[in-house]
Design a protein around this ligand. Structure first.
Ligand SMILES: [Zn+2]
Length: 192
C-alpha cells in the first residue's frame, strides 16, 4: 500500500474555456497519462449534465471517454468519503461550474489538504458573459492554469464565449450541442 502524502498540499490545476474548446478531450488525455504513470484518478461530474444520457462516463465531443462518478451538483461533499476510501491521488471535476460554488470550493480545499491533486475543468463565462460558478475563483487559486479557446463559428477568430443560439433564460440550460455555438468577444450575442 502506498503511503499517503499528508504533509504537502495537493496541486490545483484549472482548465477553463467555452464549449467546443476541447476541455473534456484534455481531461480524457490526462486520465490516460496519469493512469499509465500509476496514479489512481477519480473523475467526478455533476448529475445535471445529462447530454449523453447521464451515464457514468465523461465523453468528449470527439467520442473519447473515461469512467466518472456522477454527483448531485448541490451536494459535492458527498464524494469526499468515496475519494478517501478509494485512495485517489488525483481527482478531476468536469463541468465544475455546475457544482454549488461554495460547497465545491470547500470540497476541493479538503481534498488538497489531504495531498490530493485536483484538476477542475469548466466554463469561465455563462451565455451572458457573466462569471460561471466557481471556475473564475478556482482559476485565481490554481497552481497550473490552462485557458482553452474554441473557434468563433461566425468569424473564425479565437473564441472564449459560449453563445446560446436557442435562446432561453436561466444560467443553466443543459442541452444538445446544437443549442450552443462558440463565439468571440466581438461576435457574441445574447438572445432574449
Ligand atoms: Zn467572431
Amino acid at each position: 500500500m502506498r503511503k499517503k502524502r499528508q504533509s504537502s498540499r495537493g496541486r490545483l490545476t484549472v482548465i477553463a474555456g467555452p464549449m467546443f474548446s476541447g476541455k473534456t478531450s484534455k481531461l480524457v488525455a490526462m486520465v490516460e497519462v496519469f493512469t499509465r504513470m500509476g496514479y489512481k484518478v477519480l473523475t467526478v461530474k455533476p448529475k445535471l449534465d445529462d447530454r449523453y444520457g447521464g451515464k457514468d462516463e465523461i465523453h468528449s465531443h470527439d467520442h473519447k471517454k473515461t469512467p466518472a462518478i456522477i454527483v448531485d451538483g448541490e451536494t459535492p461533499e458527498a464524494i469526499i468519503e468515496k475519494i478517501v476510501t478509494t485512495r485517489a491521488d488525483k481527482v478531476i471535476f468536469d463541468e465544475v461550474q455546475f457544482f454549488d460554488k461554495e460547497k465545491v470550493m470547500r470540497v476541493i480545499d479538503v481534498l488538497r489538504k489531504r495531498g490530493i491533486h485536483v484538476i477542475a475543468a469548466g466554463l469561465l463565462y455563462d451565455y451572458q458573459r457573466k462569471p460561471f460558478g466557481s471556475t473564475p475563483d478556482l482559476l485565481g487559486l490554481a497552481d497550473e492554469r490552462l485557458e482553452l479557446f474554441a473557434i468563433c463559428q461566425k468569424c473564425g477568430s479565437l473564441a472564449r464565449h459560449t453563445e446560446r443560439v436557442s435562446g432561453g433564460k436561466g444560467q443553466i440550460v443543459v442541452g444538445a450541442a446544437n443549442m450552443y455555438i462558440a463565439s468571440c468577444e466581438k461576435c457574441h450575442r445574447i438572445y432574449k
